[in-house]
Design a binder for this molecule. Structure first.
Ligand SMILES: [Zn+2]
Length: 77
């Protein structure tokens, strides 16, 4: 999960607003939270599964906005 995934989803209009069902126009305040860092056998592994963003619909007549870690749920295939 990364910033690029969110950017691509918005650019490709695959991030859908739950209120008006139109593509979400913008996001902000991206923050990646790192859950665990393991260092052993010369391998450093970083677990990161939570990227928090504020999604803003931005379509006319819709003021939906949400700060969420579960933005993946708004992406359609
Ligand atoms: Zn909307």
């Amino acid at each position: 999960m990364s910033l690029k995934t969110i950017k691509d989803a918005i650019e490709n209009k695959k991030m859908i607003c739950p209120e008006c069902k139109k593509p979400i126009q913008q996001f902000s305040k991206y923050a990646e939270t790192i859950d665990a860092v393991r260092d052993g056998f010369n391998v450093i592994e970083i677990d990161s599964n939570a990227s928090r963003v504020t999604l803003t619909c931005g379509n006319d007549g819709c003021d939906w906005s949400e700060r969420t870690e579960y933005w993946l749920e708004y992406i359609v295939n």
